[in-house]
Design a protein around this ligand. Structure first.
Ligand SMILES: [Zn+2]
Length: 130
């Protein structure tokens, strides 16, 4: 690993701080979701209009929740890589990912070059194979 200890420490602190924020957001969202389902159970039967709005809000909450959860998982994986010493190396070409890129995206698995190739490869809609 070619990141300096100082750089690594800074990134680790940054990741841990972000994890803390995400965890408290997830807790707040879960509490809110519990509160809402309780209100639904104890409240009067809502008419269809109310129900569809509630469904819409539930969907938005879930999308936010799963995005936060995905970010938290990715950051926890990054902390594991720091612990085992593999953090900061591109998983495709094994080159250094670079401090600036890691600072902007601490859970990055690839250097910018490989990330572009990866996105190009996986962003394509399915095409018939020739
Ligand atoms: Zn690479």
């Amino acid at each position: 690993m070619s990141l300096s200890n100082t750089a690594l420490d800074a990134l680790e602190r940054q990741i841990e701080a972000r994890c803390k924020v995400l965890r408290s957001e997830l807790h707040a969202d879960a509490d809110k979701a519990r509160g809402e389902s309780y209100a639904e159970l104890s409240g009067d039967v809502a008419d269809e209009g109310d129900a569809s709005v509630a469904d819409l809000l539930a969907d938005i909450d879930n999308a936010e929740l799963s995005r936060d959860l995905a970010e938290l998982r990715a950051l926890e994986a990054a902390l594991e890589r720091i612990a085992e010493g593999s953090y900061g190396s591109c998983i495709d070409c094994a080159q250094e990912i670079g401090f600036e890129r890691l600072k902007a995206e601490p859970s990055a698995l690839r250097c910018i070059g490989c990330q572009r190739v990866h996105e190009k490869t996986f962003a394509q809609p399915d095409r018939p194979k020739l």
